[in-house]
Structures are given as structure tokens and as C-alpha cells.
Write a new protein. Structure first.
Length: 226
């Protein structure tokens, strides 16, 4: 199976953006605090000491450093508060449904992903990983590679599984992920989806969804009720 193409360079670039958006403002607060501390110590030294050696160095006077520190702290914490408010809450729901889609078996396992946050988030990348009863799999791969891998397990597309294509830039609201037949849920021990998104302030988030948890039990229960 082809390896996941979301490689180290792209991930490094995305982490770098998050650094710019959060770490640098925090670094500015620390720098201004150190300047203020420096000036506070300086003004309490003897004039002969203050005007000699390294203590002669000054960048900002105390009032300027204090004012800039207050502004920087206010902006930094306001951004942090807003980032918390718009942070996406990514989860998944699944249920056993009657088979109305022409798939194998009387019931299928229907999976959806949703953002429970108050603001939208844009999808950066979606990848998949599985583990079947004999331990095959384990790598994160793209959509097409996962379809090919499932077919190599003798699962038929449209009959035993159906995977929705979720492209880069898609707005994450309630998104259909896929359907699995009873045969597929018995064969697959784990089926995971890793989604990476960017929120309204530019922060990156990653969530792994374990889409087959409870599938066998729910499908067995649905069969017993019908």
C-alpha cells in the first residue's frame, strides 16, 4: 500500500505557521517584560554603576516598556481567548441502519464526522488507517490508497464499503464519512480517520476518529430487533 503523502515538509510548514501566530506574540511579551525588568534594576543602581559598563545600555525607558507590555499582553490574551472560542470540536457519530443502499447484508454501519464548535474550520488533509484481524495495515494513507487496500482484502466498493472523498479546503460541518457492511466490520478491527483542519484564527488542529468502535455490537443488536 502506498504511504501517506502528507510528508514531513508540509507538516513542518504548517507547524511553522502556528509558531508565528502564537509563539511569536508570547515571545514579544516576554521580551518586553525583560526590558521592563532591566530598566527597573537599572534605575535603582548607584549613578556611577548605572552609567558604566553594560548597565549603560538602555533600549526603552520604564514608562514606554510598561505601556508596550500592557498592550502586548492585552492583545496576546485577547487572541488566546478568541482562539479558544472558535476552536473546532471535531467528533464522529455512527449508527446501524437498514440497508437501503444496495450493499451486502440487511444492515450497514453509517459514519459521519461533525464540528461541534461555534465557528467553521477548513480541512487541510484527511488520511486513513486500518487494522484487520490478522494485523495488516497500520500506515496513514490517502483516500485512493485506502480504497485499493480495502479491495485487496476482498471487500467490494459499493457493496462492502463506501468512502466519501473529503477534499482540501472543504468546510467542516457535518460530513458523511462512509458506510460499512456487516462483513467489513467483522473483518476490520480498526478503521481510523485522521483529519487536520485550520480554524478561524489560523490555528491548526488534528483529530483521529475511531470509526468502527461499537459497530459489531450495534449491528448485532439491529439484526436481533429486526
Amino acid at each position: 500500500m502506498q504511504r501517506d503523502t502528507f510528508g514531513g515538509q508540509e507538516l513542518t510548514r504548517k507547524i511553522g505557521r502556528s509558531f508565528v501566530l502564537f509563539k511569536i506574540p508570547m515571545g514579544l511579551v516576554v521580551l518586553l517584560f525583560l526590558m521592563l525588568l532591566w530598566e527597573t534594576v537599572r534605575v535603582n543602581l548607584e549613578p556611577s554603576v548605572r552609567n558604566s559598563g553594560i548597565w549603560h545600555l538602555t533600549i526603552l525607558d520604564r514608562p514606554s516598556a510598561a505601556n508596550l507590555l500592557a498592550v502586548a499582553m492585552g492583545l496576546t490574551f485577547a487572541r488566546a481567548q478568541y482562539a479558544r472560542a472558535v476552536r473546532p470540536l471535531i467528533g464522529w457519530t455512527a449508527q446501524a441502519q437498514g440497508n437501503e443502499f444496495g450493499m451486502n447484508g440487511r444492515h450497514i454501519w453509517h459514519v459521519e464526522m461533525r464540528n461541534g464548535g461555534t465557528h467553521s474550520a477548513a480541512v487541510d488533509e484527511v488520511s486513513y488507517r486500518l487494522r484487520h484481524r490478522q494485523g495488516w495495515g497500520g500506515e496513514w494513507v490517502g483516500h485512493q490508497s485506502m480504497v485499493e487496500g480495502l479491495e485487496r482484502l476482498n471487500l467490494e466498493i459499493g457493496k462492502d464499503f463506501d468512502l466519501n472523498t473529503i477534499g482540501q479546503g472543504a468546510v467542516l460541518g457535518t460530513v458523511y464519512i462512509g458506510r460499512f457492511s456487516e462483513q467489513a466490520t467483522k473483518l476490520l478491527e480498526e478503521f481510523e480517520i485522521r483529519v487536520r483542519v485550520t480554524d478561524a484564527v489560523g490555528d491548526r488542529h488534528e483529530r483521529t476518529l475511531h470509526c468502527l468502535r461499537g459497530a459489531e455490537t450495534e449491528l448485532r443488536s439491529a439484526s436481533a430487533r429486526s
